[in-house]
Design a protein around this ligand. Sequence first.
Ligand code: ADP
Length: 380
Amino acid sequence: MNPLFEKRPVLIAFSGGDSPGMNPFMRAAARLGGNLHDVPVIGVMEGYAGLVRTLARLESGEVTLDSLREEILHRPGIFGFHAKNQHLVHLDPESVSGLVVRGGIKLRSARCDEFRDDGIRARVIQMLRGLGFRAVIVCGGDGSLAGARRLHEESGIQVVGVPGTIDNDLPVTDWALGVQSAIENILQEVTKIKDTARSHRRVMVLETMGRGCGELALLSAIASGAEYAIIPEDGFLSGDRIRKLAGEIEQSHARGRTHSIVLVAEGVRMDRHKWESPAWMVAMRLGECFKHGPFKEIETRATVLGYVQRGGSPAAFDGILAAEFAGTAWQAIMGTGASGVTVVRNGGHKLAPFDWQPDSLERAARLQKLRETHRALSGY
Ligand code: ADP
């Protein structure tokens, strides 16, 4: 028997969009497995896509279940990462060393449409059963966690989902891995842009990520001192709202202010259309308003912050959150055997069932409180 698989290893996958904090999570999951439970952790390269590709190797006859297990045993860590066609890699201690401060995802992530196919998923499940995994951990955003839930419900295999997204759009958890790191990134960019805004009497409009959720923009506005935050939860951005915003900015300039920073979440919609870049639209329309107002010299500029928000070293908070999520996952794996999502709510960590639906009013109240705090700080 293969000594690695005698211990019934845990499989770990990262799926969907990357976020800082995923590498520290991989390290924590592998370390806790080895140090506390003597259970090895095997990583999948490129998430569900790596599973589907491994299935293809199996079904083409390139490998058998036994030769796959041997490959994983004999090419661990760095050897596995560099081996062509190997998608399942034993995460030995060296392979996770140094990851606590590294952004990105060493195992890489991917989107995988094949995994949405019921037939393909059923064959992947058969392969996972055949290999003899104890449990599967999937770290990613809402799509990845939906896939994790289906994997569990259709197989009966224990699956633990771990929220990893900078968008903070998962209502089950107060924080997902990467949100705080993204806020740090945005804070640094706003600080730089403020220098140039101040030098020219400019209104700088910066677009943040967050998909349909405005928390990243609002939290970043509070952290960075950006005066205005436009978020999708406030509804369509009508011409009236733009004129009102322009009026508020003009009033602040009348009080002596020389520059303003406006954060726009990428999910903001205008005129019921999805624009390529809401920041460019807001900057253009604000500029038109200023041309007809008392401060014709105010210029507007737009910057789409884009992928710089996702990179760089994880914030300390995300390193700690990664360790706590990994602790919750291992507690479930070695204890209750329950499946679900690791969450932090009001400072407490737990595993929430996949079908748990938290009170939506709680989240709305949190957003409202953030709005009020931000408004009070900005004084408009
Ligand atoms: P994120 O996890 O960042 O929200 P996506 O929504 O693109 O990213 O989802 C990532 C991957 O998760 C998809 O490419 C697909 O492989 C898988 N997935 C998403 N939704 C489902 C689903 N309903 N059933 C099965 N797999 C899914």
